[in-house]
Design a protein around this ligand. Structure first.
Ligand code: IPM
Ligand code: MN
Length: 341
């Protein structure tokens, strides 16, 4: 079976790291074709297109989508904030119903969280990201802005259920992260849904952390985490912290999953476009490569996925052990490919 993969290289280092990830897919023996989609800041500045209906329609025909990174250079004024985030990245998440954002972290030995290995499951289509809100009397001295958080029983439950399922395939330990002491409506819905689903998974040991406390534990005792489930915004913030303590954002992979498999999922590193190092063969491709390991797993190519993942973890340990060594983007990919067996 030959898979059809769409590639949105995007901006900055995005095209470079996705090219390397594709090189790994070739070396592991996946049968696939790629089709490039020219989307991102560059495209927007050139002809004003963010993501139109025909792009979206075409993307839906693929088995999976590889995304590099999207975003203008810092300080550039050509793309106002929100245009690409809402118009492209979040639009993909909403329109393709990518309701799970899965971010795994394996801390190499020299990192703050050394010895930890955990996964954050972030709800990916609701919360404050849903776009509820607006202005009153905009640009007047009396202006008002509201930004609500949308939490549906349906959306929370499918996310929590996914996390419980994942926990049963790992160490049977799941932590809910929220702020139930202050967000007494949304938090209550999350907590009750979590408790209801928990009754179906008696083998899974559960914990609850307020999000502020989770920020402490993630630094002081990250080994206690296995699977974490949380809402969209908390998950966004917590996974940047998780990246920072587990070897840096250069290792942080992510999968935006349509876990119901009614359409393609999107695989992208957590990091951004990093225009400052673009085109210099300096970017770390490991996050993009681990993201395609998740792609393989999602497509059911579990053995291939494990082979790539094991190799990525070996190479991240290698880099940690020899931090002084200067390697190019392509060198790092070569190390991964050499170790795939
Ligand atoms: C991420 C990013 C996005 C998010 C932005 C760019 C819309 O920070 O994938 O974590 O907030 O989800
Ligand atoms: Mn983020």
């Amino acid at each position: 079976m030959s898979y059809k993969l769409a590639v949105i290289g995007g901006d900055g280092i995005g095209p470079e790291v996705s090219r390397e990830a594709i090189r790994v897919l070739e070396s592991v023996g996946l049968d696939f074709t790629t089709t490039n989609f020219d989307l991102g800041a560059q495209r927007y500045v050139r002809d004003g297109v963010v993501l139109d209906d025909s792009d979206l329609h075409n993307l839906k025909a693929f088995d999976a989508i590889i995304l590099g990174a999207i975003g203008p250079a810092i300080g550039s004024t050509e793309v106002p904030p929100g245009i690409l985030e809402r118009g492209l990245l979040l639009k993909l998440r909403f329109e393709l119903d990518l309701f799970i954002n899965m971010r795994p972290f394996t801390a190499p030995m020299n990192s703050i969280a050394a010895g930890s290995d955990f996964v954050v499951i972030r709800e990916n289509t609701e919360g404050t990201y849903a776009g509820e809100g607006g202005f009153l009397r905009k640009n007047s001295p009396n202006e008002v802005a509201t930004q609500g958080s949308v939490n549906t029983r349906f959306g929370v439950e499918r996310c929590v259920r996914f996390a419980f399922e994942l926990a049963t395939r790992r160490s049977n330990h799941l932590t809910l992260v929220h702020k139930t002491n202050v967000l007494t409506f949304a938090g209550d819905l999350w907590q009750r849904t979590f408790d209801d689903v928990k009754s179906e998974y008696p083998s899974v040991r559960t914990d609850y952390n307020h999000v502020d406390a989770a920020c402490i534990y993630m630094v002081t005792q990250p080994q206690n985490y296995d699977v974490i489930v949380t809402d969209n915004l908390f998950g966004d913030i917590l996974t940047d912290l998780a990246g920072a303590v587990t070897g840096g954002i250069g290792l942080a992979a992510s999968a935006n999953l349509n876990a119901a498999k009614t359409g393609p999922s999107v695989f992208e590193p957590v990091h951004g476009a990093a225009h400052d190092i673009a085109g210099q063969n300096k970017a770390n491709p490991l996050a993009a490569i681990r993201s395609v390991a998740m792609l393989l797993d999602h497509l059911g190519e579990v053995k291939m996925s494990e082979r790539v993942l094991n190799s990525v973890i070996e190479v991240s340990e290698l880099l940690a052990a020899d931090a002084g060594r200067v390697l190019t983007t392509a060198d790092i990919t070569d190390l991964v490919i050499e170790r795939i067996n």
